[in-house]
Design a protein around this ligand. Structure first.
Ligand code: ADP
Length: 799
């Protein structure tokens, strides 16, 4: 079946933690069903199977990108099923092969592979070969001397070996190397380079072992000193027992157990002393007393902390990126920032990193990206919710003399994490408040300050705990309510609300698969069409993030599961036609916007916590005495904009045929519909001015134009925030033209490309630029003032 260098189709096996080389016989265990099926298929055919290693052990169902490209074709020698349901395999690596493609994933992997031959010729390289072989033998000799339990026969057979290929095989089989290193060796085709790489690896290993031994020696010396103290204490106790002052056995056990555990802690002497004093106190008390209970509780809490346990960080930027990308769509800025952070740590491990603060509206993935960062870096994860925390002791705990005292949330999270370098997500840091019981933010300041947090003191624990290895990530909806000293310590990354397209991608690529899995459904059992997803986004949810969207999808999954379990159908399809059967009548219909040009009605654009929205403004004028009235829950800034608009319109009244005395003879009413929703901000300046000029000059405003911009008294248009969200709202509402401040031109880069393709952007420097675009192009009819007011009134009633 095998013809050289042609693609061969065969069963494939993804293994973890192991790289198999040609000419080597290995044992390994298999637990995954797909792997077992692949082995059995190979066994039933010619016993050949392609075996390659997984880049990351954490995936149970790796796809082609999770596998190393170079592996071996191996022959299965034997398979044995153990009582523990583990399949034990004996196989021999035959030749190297490259993974070209995976043809099937289920019920087992079938791959197209191509032989990847070695470069055998070594004729002219003899001297070089000789040199590298000598060097490698010498390095191995050193290695064998520092490595305990290295069989003598192995060393002598290595020393005697004259064939470079055999030398490589025997070394690579006997020296424990990391999977990445082994894979690098497997991928190298030339024997000289391969031996050179192996030489570097062995030399590095020798160095590491050397350093390790030094450290161990130092630790042993330190231990000896404290050990002495420990034995003396134990003796004292024994003497006390002999003198008849003995207490119950149980005491003794307690004492010994605590002392031993304290002894083993990796903490400074002073803290150890303090703990020993507590044990002594405990020892002198009646075990049933309240105080003994408090001390025991205290010691248990202290001893449970991960004083000397830490996990190893995954620092391979490429792999971390893969995990982050797998978990979340987009969020490029956050991912980029994390990768930079990891890269810097790799270069300078002792660096004190900035604390990342993810700021954005609810449901945009702040919490879940935090969790994903922990997963990608291989760190333990804990979340602390700070919403509503108002008391310092929440962070720092109560002194243990308090009844029912406990450690604070930080120490508690460390205990739950069980390692001293977890990722701790401090959720909703902006929702923390303070009252007379102390300010939690100053305690948090100490937690987050890299100068101080290596000796963080919890009131309950009392002895300092090192938080400097913790990676803190905080989240907030806004930075406005975060105390500025805290904010100064954080590197703020803004997550903006999602556009319709982004929501669609997130739903299709992440939320639907996630919810299918959570509800026990296979992808064939429930299909939700793209149209249906857009309908959920447009008509069933109105939010900046994707929380409700996820809930709606979850609800569809549950309903589908019920239908299938009841035996009504085998699979469910949800499309635009039947979605209302599942989710009820649509909740949000398209904005009820004017479909024709009207006088005094202008489409403003606003930026709210649920993303961008069209915010129509209406202006009407009546005979009166110059009163300016604003309704529709306008905030102070908007009311000021209204006054600026009126002042400015006076300066251009002539041009639009407006009576110069309008500000004395007319009452002006400005209204924003949806009166119950509070609105504020300066960006409605241009909208108000346009509405006002339209109402006063009686010129209709184009219904397909939307606008945003702040104005000055002299009619200049100033830049605004939230352009991306606002323009997305304009696009969704079918606007053709959007007028934006010229100062925002550079922000257009951030705007979604569908929006740019469909909307004509006009840049305004002055308000007259806005009016030129927004007002209908016709000579203002001169209408006697009274008549004009009537038109405006009629219009107000209809709005
Ligand atoms: P936040 O903390 O910002 O309020 P969450 O982290 O609770 O938001 O996110 C809500 C849900 O939306 C989670 O299930 C999360 O996984 C999902 N989600 C949000 N953004 C994305 C994204 N970009 N890609 C995939 N899923 C996302």
């Amino acid at each position: 079946m095998k013809t050289k260098l042609e693609d061969i189709t065969m069963p494939a096996l993804a293994i973890r933690g192991l790289v198999i080389f040609p000419n080597v016989v290995v044992h390994f265990d298999v637990t995954r069903e797909t792997s077992e099926a692949a082995l059995r298929a190979a066994m039933n055919d010619n016993k050949l199977i392609f075996i390659t290693s997984q880049r990351d052990d954490c995936f149970d169902e790796p796809d082609i990108n999770d596998l190393y490209q170079v592996g071996v074709v191996a022959e299965i020698r034997q398979m044995l099923k153990g009582t523990d349901n583990v399949l034990r395999v004996l196989a021999e690596g035959k030749y190297r092969a490259k993974l070209i493609d995976i043809l099937q994933y289920e019920p087992y992997l079938v791959a197209n592979v191509r032989e990847f031959p070695e470069i055998k010729r070594i004729g002219s390289d003899e001297i070089e070969i000789e040199a590298v072989m000598r060097a490698i033998k010498q390095a191995f000799y050193q290695y064998a001397t520092v490595m305990p339990r290295m069989p003598k026969e192995l060393t002598s057979s290595v020393m005697k070996e004259t064939d470079p290929f055999k030398l490589f095989d025997v070394l690579v089989f006997n020296i424990p190397l990391a999977v990445d290193d082994k894979e690098m060796l497997l991928e190298e085709s030339h024997i000289i380079s391969r031996l050179g790489m192996l030489l570097a690896m062995i030399s590095r290993e020798v160095e590491v072992i050397d350093i390790e031994r030094n450290i161990q020696e130092k630790v042993r010396q330190q231990l000896d000193n404290t050990q002495k103290e420990y034995y003396l204490r134990a003796q004292m106790k024994a003497i006390a027992n002999q003198l008849g002052e003995s207490e119950e056995d149980e005491y003794q056990e307690d004492y010994d157990e605590y002392s031993e555990k304290i002894q083993a802690l990796d903490i400074d002497e002073e803290s150890k002393e303090k703990l020993f004093r507590e044990v002594d106190r405990l020892n002198k008390m009646s075990s049933a007393s309240q105080d003994a209970f408090v001390i025991r509780n205290y010691l248990d809490n202290v001893l449970e902390l991960p004083w000397n346990i830490s996990t190893k960080d995954k620092t391979d930027v490429k792999k971390v990126k893969e995990v982050l990308d797998k978990d979340h769509y987009g969020l490029d800025k956050v991912k980029e920032r994390i990768l930079e952070n990891i890269a810097v740590r790799e270069l300078k491990p002792d660096i004190k990193g900035q604390i990342i603060c993810l700021v954005g509206p609810p449901g945009v993935g702040k919490t879940s990206i935090g969790k994903s960062i922990a997963r990608a870096m291989g760190r333990k994860y804990q979340r602390i919710s700070l919403g509503g925390v108002r008391d310092e002791s929440d962070i720092r705990g109560h002194r243990k003399t308090y009844v029912g005292a406990m450690p604070g949330r930080i120490i508690n999270a460390m205990k739950l994490a069980g390692s001293k370098n977890p990722l701790i997500l401090l959720d909703e840091i902006d929702k923390m408040t303070h009252d007379m019981r102390g300010d939690p933010s100053s305690a948090l300041l100490e937690v987050l300050d890299s100068e101080q947090n290596s000796a963080f003191r919890d009131h309950y624990i009392e002895i300092p705990f090192d938080l400097s290895n913790v990676l803190f990530v905080t989240t907030a909806n806004t930075t406005q309510t975060i105390d500025s000293p805290l904010l100064d310590r954080m590197d703020v990354i803004e997550l903006t609300s999602y556009t319709r397209e982004e929501k669609f991608h997130i739903a299709k690529e992440h939320l639907v698969p996630k919810q299918l899995k959570a509800n026990g459904l296979k992808s064939t059992m429930l299909k939700i069409s793209d149209d249906a997803l857009y309908i959920i986004i447009d008509n069933y949810t109105r939010e900046a993030g994707v929380r409700s969207l996820e809930r709606k999808i979850a609800s569809l999954c549950r309903k589908a599961a019920k239908i299938i379990v009841n035996g009504e159908k085998k699979s469910v399809r949800i499309g635009s036609r039947n979605i209302e059967e599942f989710l009820g009548v649509k909740k949000y219909l398209d904005d009820d916007l004017a479909k024709k040009n009207e006088i005094g009605i202008v489409n403003g654009l606003a930026w709210t916590s649920v993303g961008g929205v069209i915010m129509p403004l209406e202006a009407s004028v009546f005979d009166g005495k110059g009163v300016i009235e604003t309704t529709g829950s306008l905030g102070d800034v908007m009311k000021e904009s209204a006054k600026i608009a009126v002042s400015y319109v006076r300066s251009i009244a002539d041009k639009y045929g407006i009576s110069g005395d309008f500000y004395k003879e007319k009452d002006i009413h400005i209204h924003a519909p949806e009166g119950a929703t509070p609105k504020d901000g300066p960006s409605a300046g241009v909208t108000m001015t346009t509405a006002l000029v339209s109402a006063l000059a009686n010129i209709p405003v184009k219904h397909d134009v939307a606008m945003t911009g702040e104005i000055t008294l002299h009619g200049k248009v100033l830049p605004i925030g939230g352009l991306r969200e606002k323009t997305m709202a304009a696009y969704k509402a079918g606007m053709k033209t959007v007028v934006i401040p010229v100062g925002n031109k550079s922000d257009l880069e951030e705007v979604d490309s569908v929006v740019k393709d469909n909307i004509n952007f006009v840049y305004a420097e002055k308000i007259t630029d806005v009016l030129d675009v927004a007002l209908e192009k016709k000579e203002p009819r001169y209408i006697k003032p009274k008549h004009r007011d009537e038109i405006s009134k009629r219009h107000t009633v209809s709005s």
